[in-house]
Write a protein that binds this ligand. Structure first.
Ligand code: KG4
Ligand code: ZN
Length: 340
């Protein structure tokens, strides 16, 4: 008997990316992302504008995902969507669309937690990529979250450390903004850091108990440093951009790696995965490669296109829920704060 084909249409709309993907038995057939450009001029995501842009993008993005996958609507087995966490106005667009389409096609609806999906992205069927074995540790690092999670099974996850204030992506973006770089500044800091000296300037590391993080003090330290230096030399940032970026990135990665080391020591688990937008950072990716050599960890670094927000990760989470017949009721609502 031929293997049953489980086709999942996945929709992601939690922040400022409208995304849709189609997966067949855990393999990606299409993965479409429309990144909203409207926010750049405001230096950050404007929730109302994000919601409106999702409304404009969602139909063409889903059309493109189905067309690229060469799948007809009638061949979709289930629809997976991001229920939360995220911006309410953004989540509502994806949630309402997913519910309506599932009702119209009379197929199951699957709700997905966005942060679990960042972790489960490691289970997408990809040639040349190993999947982690349970239990493993996952560090989710994005513009909205910074967590260390103990993953015992696909949907059995425990947060063992998290930020008490800003997320690590905000530390990147806000530092970039202080230097006059456009939003989102994380990728730009990464780019300039490649050519700078990471030890040129020293920034303080916060002292936080246990496995938790704090980044608000770091951002303030960067602000005071730049203010002080530009008072002496108005062109300080321009002249030292690469070294400042390298030093900021070096400090942030040091903060993340210190906590990961502590988590490995405390749990005795040395399989470590990263996920979320900041896992695109070349410094953190290299730090994990080094950790394999130095400490014998087994590290899982996501393929670049599964780091920032995407629907492929929602689809893989949806696929594993489909296998467990974990379907949502049509009365389900979006949840901006959604713990797991
Ligand atoms: O996961 P994501 O796309 O959205 C959220 O769920 O927040 O993460 C976006 C964040 C932004 O803060 C962005 O600056 C950061 O990820 N980011 C990076 C890099 N690429 C994206 N930060 C540092 N280095 C990068 N290469
Ligand atoms: Zn995300």
């Amino acid at each position: 008997m031929p293997e049953q084909k489980i086709n999942i249409l996945a929709i992601e709309s939690s922040c400022d990316d409208t995304a849709a993907a189609v997966l067949c038995n855990g393999k990606i057939l299409s993965n479409i992302v429309a990144t909203q450009k409207v926010h750049v001029q405001y230096g950050g995501v404007v929730p109302e504008l994000a919601s409106r842009a999702h409304q404009q993008n969602i139909v063409p993005v889903i059309h493109q995902a189905l067309a690229t996958a060469n799948i007809d609507k009638k061949d979709i087995s289930a629809i997976a969507f991001t229920r939360g966490p995220g911006l309410m106005g953004s989540l509502l667009v994806g949630t309402s669309f997913a519910k309506s389409l599932a009702m119209g096609l009379n197929i199951p609806l699957i709700e997905v937690n966005h942060m679990q999906a960042h972790i489960l992205a490691h289970f997408i069927e990809e040639e040349g990529y190993d999947k982690p074995e349970f239990p493993f540790l996952a560090m989710t690092i994005s513009g909205g979250h910074t967590q260390i999670v103990k993953v015992s099974d696909y949907f059995e996850m425990e947060v063992i450390g998290e930020t008490t204030d800003d997320a690590v992506g905000e530390a990147f973006d806000k530092s970039a903004k202080i230097m006059g770089l456009p939003y989102p500044g994380g990728p730009l800091i990464d780019k300039y850091a490649k050519e700078g000296n990471p030890k040129a300037f020293k920034f303080p590391k916060p002292k936080v108990d246990g496995l938790n993080f704090s980044f608000s003090g770091f951002k303030t330290a960067v602000l005071y440093f730049i203010q002080k230096e530009t008072k002496n030399d108005p062109d300080f940032v321009e002249k030292n951009l690469k070294d400042i970026c390298a030093s900021i990135q070096y400090t942030i990665i040091g903060i993340l790696m210190d906590k990961l080391k502590k988590a490995v020591k405390e749990t005795g688990i040395s399989q470590v995965a990263i996920g979320g937008g900041v896992s695109a950072n070349s410094g953190i990716r290299q730090a994990l490669v080094d950790a394999e050599k130095k400490w014998g960890w087994k590290c899982f670094v996501p393929k670049f296109e599964y780091t920032t927000d995407n629907a492929a990760m929602i689809g893989i989470a949806g696929y594993y829920k489909y296998l467990q017949k974990d379907f949502a009721d049509l009365s389900i609502t979006a949840q901006s704060r959604y713990k797991f």
